[in-house]
Design a protein around this ligand. Structure first.
Ligand code: SF4
Length: 327
């Protein structure tokens, strides 16, 4: 559709509104945290959701929830953007830091482990930090904003890695440690491609932060990104098709899935004795950060030895950079 700027805003906002109403995503009186990184996707999400909440009387109590990974020159600057958004949108902001939760900043972690597996630590810690922040805010729901390109990359990555558990949990929406719903705004395909939220944010002159993380590696995700872009050149709908395929994918009932329990160490949701964050933290605190890298099956001596062997053999799995749906 070729539409003018004002109509573009209307179409975009109405798509989001229809998605919320059609899927009955919220109930009046609910407390909802918006994951806010200061980036374009989460800024668009915060802006549009607060606008629709006012316009259509959803009756939601909205909050901004930010994670401070402790990355000097990146997160400190983007948090300044979120603080401005707090005032601009009138939404209370809660910042949860890795330093407070885990005793480590990403700067300190990178100093110890270098730039190879930093995103593994960061991704695991962030997932848990978001849940913990949401619990601190006592919210009913947590919403995060991602564009369609990110989702399509994640579908491909989880398939390429054979990570059925993570794949299934994302699409069936069952990874719900503390909250009844982890909502992705993109479920409604309102952020059809990378360019739509960007265009919306740009023309609306939203205040967002667009610098890449200084520790962003050339991770495995980069291959999926390039592949998807190649596909898109041949078939422009490829991104949406991949997402739709992902949604239609069903895991055979005979497939053994991890059972959810709680971490013996911190009480966080885990399918193993220790959650992944505790395993990683244990390695860091012992000065052996590579112990926690790889596909851990929980913490026990045999597994630790096996993982240590794997890492020394160079089999460690490179983590995903942010912007991912590493749930
Ligand atoms: Fe963390 Fe993202 Fe930076 Fe990796 S790229 S260190 S996941 S903020």
């Amino acid at each position: 559709m070729k539409i003018c700027r004002e109509c573009f805003y209307d179409v975009f906002e109405e798509e989001v509104h229809s998605c919320i109403i059609d899927n009955q995503l919220f109930k009046p009186g609910e407390r909802v945290a918006i994951g806010a990184s200061g980036g374009k996707d989460s800024t668009v999400l915060a802006y549009v959701l607060s606008e629709l909440n006012r316009r259509h009387n959803y009756g939601l109590d909205l909050f901004l929830l930010s994670i401070d990974e402790g990355i000097t020159g990146y997160r400190d600057d983007s948090l300044e953007t979120v603080k401005r958004n707090e005032a601009q949108y009138g939404l209370p902001l809660k910042v949860v830091s890795y330093k407070d939760l885990y005793g480590w900043t990403m700067d300190e972690i990178v100093k110890m482990i270098g730039l190879k597996n930093n995103c593994t630590f960061c991704g695991v810690f962030r997932r848990q930090a978001l849940d913990r922040g949401a619990a601190m805010l006592k919210v009913d729901k947590l919403v995060t904003g991602h564009n369609a390109d990110d989702i399509a990359e994640t579908v491909l990555l989880n398939i390429l890695r054979g990570d059925i558990a993570r794949y299934n949990l994302y699409f069936l929406g069952t990874r719900i440690p503390l909250l009844p719903l982890l909502l992705h705004f993109d479920n409604c395909f309102c952020c059809e491609t990378l360019t739509v939220p960007f265009t919306y944010a740009y023309f609306k002159r939203l205040d967002y932060f667009s610098t890449e993380c200084i520790y962003s590696p050339n991770a495995y995700r980069g291959f999926a990104r390039e592949f998807i872009k190649d596909l898109e050149r041949i078939r422009p709908r490829a991104i949406l098709d991949i997402i739709k395929s992902g949604e239609s994918f069903r895991i055979a009932t005979s497939t053994k899935m991890p059972e959810q329990g709680t971490c013996e160490r911190c009480g966080y949701i885990s399918s193993q004795k220790w959650c992944k964050a505790c395993v990683l933290l244990h390695g860091l605190n012992r000065g052996l950060p590579k112990l926690g890298i790889g596909r851990s099956r929980g913490h026990d001596n045999d597994e630790c030895k096996k993982e240590a062997k794997q890492t020394t053999e160079g089999k460690e799995i490179q983590g995903k950079p942010c912007g991912t749906l590493d749930f």
